[in-house]
Design a protein around this ligand. Structure first.
Ligand code: SF4
Length: 417
């Protein structure tokens, strides 16, 4: 995910090189494998769960086991792969506004192979020490705990997730945990060679950040010569079951808003889902201002004028408003308008940072540490309790449009998209 700081961007647009040295809707409970149960202990619903030592249950058809489980209350013979008989209500995470939390964004590293002028300030490395970053075992344990709490979607982010060795192994662990929806956000530089491994590890969807189709502008903003490798990465995805790739572009007035039609044409040519994200106040150098943001409504109007769009129905908790081209051309347009059309009322997301902090909102003022609990002998139940308590206190929404709004202390590269 990318966020640009105005002065840097305007400076780039003007060809000046910067010193490189910058709203609540209760959600119905989910179903299926989404119905995690506390492993190995009575579900606390007054009805003990009994482990039934039986021969291996028949193969429960092709559909994922979890769907089978959903019907168990009416078919006591059906057993989930774990061999438990279930009675009672599924475990889910809800906040005090009744929103069910089903999506977890997991940052697996704060390191990145790009040096985008807007995301990371000019001074090179304010990375965390290695031992501050969660190990893969710790990330796997937390993924299992979150899956048990009803998390259905896990998005792997960074920094840049593909720079950390072992990310495919971690994806395979998430697949073994039967997380129904596993996705990743990447800058695409290392993608082309990694696509086969990501697919066999169980990745379902991929987002590639791309803020310009102009190689010169791309190079200036990322401070890398990676335009071609990113394009190869996108093409590699388009040739596989991971297609269609989602392409994320943050528009900043005076820099890349002139490329709206070019991005839409790119979607039509390559059959990708082109997503335009409103610029949010999360940039490292704190240069965000409302007039640098390009409202989603403007993007819609400009594309619709050239290629009429038809809205695609979407789930309430989805961040993007989705459109297809009325003329049947391939590709889709997604508009993500957190500033002008906030979607906090249906928010289903929480985040885990690479150094083991839970952020209940992208704009949280506070981080909540789980790393200490992991490293000081806390049990899974202790950590679950902590997560439940944190989610219960999840913010109602960001306050960007309110007087006195102060951006969070953590910037995007350390939150992780
Ligand atoms: S700003 Fe916070 S509450 Fe709103 S959608 Fe994003 S994460 Fe959810």
């Amino acid at each position: 995910m990318t966020f640009a700081s105005a002065p840097h961007i305007l400076a780039i647009a003007a060809g000046i090189q910067p010193a490189y040295d910058k709203d609540v809707t209760p959600t119905p409970p989910a179903c299926g494998r989404d119905i995690p149960w506390r492993r190995g202990e009575a579900a606390g619903f007054g009805l003990p769960r009994v482990r039934v030592e039986t021969p291996a249950p028949p193969v429960l058809g092709k559909e994922p086991v979890h769907r089978k489980c959903a019907d168990f209350r009416f078919d006591p013979d059906s057993m989930c792969e774990s061999g438990f008989l279930f009675f009672g209500e599924p475990m889910t995470l809800h906040d005090k506004f009744g929103r069910q939390i089903t999506d977890l964004r997991v940052s697996v590293t704060d390191r990145c192979n790009f040096r985008c002028v807007y995301c990371r300030s000019a001074d090179p490395e304010n990375y965390r020490e290695h031992d501050e970053i969660l190990s893969w075992n710790e990330l796997e344990r937390l993924a299992r705990i979150f899956a048990d709490l009803g998390i259905q979607k896990m998005r792997i982010t960074g920094g840049e997730p593909l720079v950390r060795d072992g990310v495919e192994v971690y994806l395979r662990k998430l697949t073994e945990l039967r997380v129904p929806d596993i996705s990743m956000t990447t800058n695409g530089h290392l993608l082309a060679e990694r696509v086969p491994g990501l697919i066999s590890a169980g990745l379902h969807r991929i987002n590639v950040s791309l803020d310009s189709l102009d190689p010169i502008k791309f190079e200036k903003i990322t401070r890398t010569r990676s335009y071609d490798s990113v394009m190869r990465g996108i093409d590699a995805v388009q040739a596989t079951a991971l297609a269609p790739a989602k392409i994320n572009a943050v528009l900043v007035r005076g820099f890349n808003e002139d490329e709206v039609e070019a991005f839409a044409a790119f979607a039509r040519e390559r059959g990708v889902i082109m997503r335009f994200i409103e610029f949010m106040p999360l940039d490292a150098d704190r240069h965000w201002s409302r007039d640098l943001m390009v409202p989603a409504e403007e993007v819609y109007r400009r594309i619709h004028a050239q290629w009429p769009l038809v809205q695609i129905p979407h789930a309430q908790s989805e961040t993007a408003r989705k459109y297809r081209f009325a003329d049947g051309a391939p590709g889709e347009i997604g508009l993500i308008a957190p500033v002008t059309q906030p979607f906090c009322g249906h928010c289903s997301r929480i985040r885990l940072t690479a150094d083991g902090k839970v952020r209940t909102c992208l704009f949280s003022k506070d981080d909540h540490d789980l790393r200490g609990m992991l490293r000081n002998g806390a049990s899974d139940a202790d950590i679950e309790e902590r997560i439940r308590a944190l989610v219960d206190q999840k913010e109602k929404g960001h306050r960007i449009n309110e007087a006195g709004f102060v951006p969070p202390s953590r910037t995007m590269v350390f939150i992780g998209g």
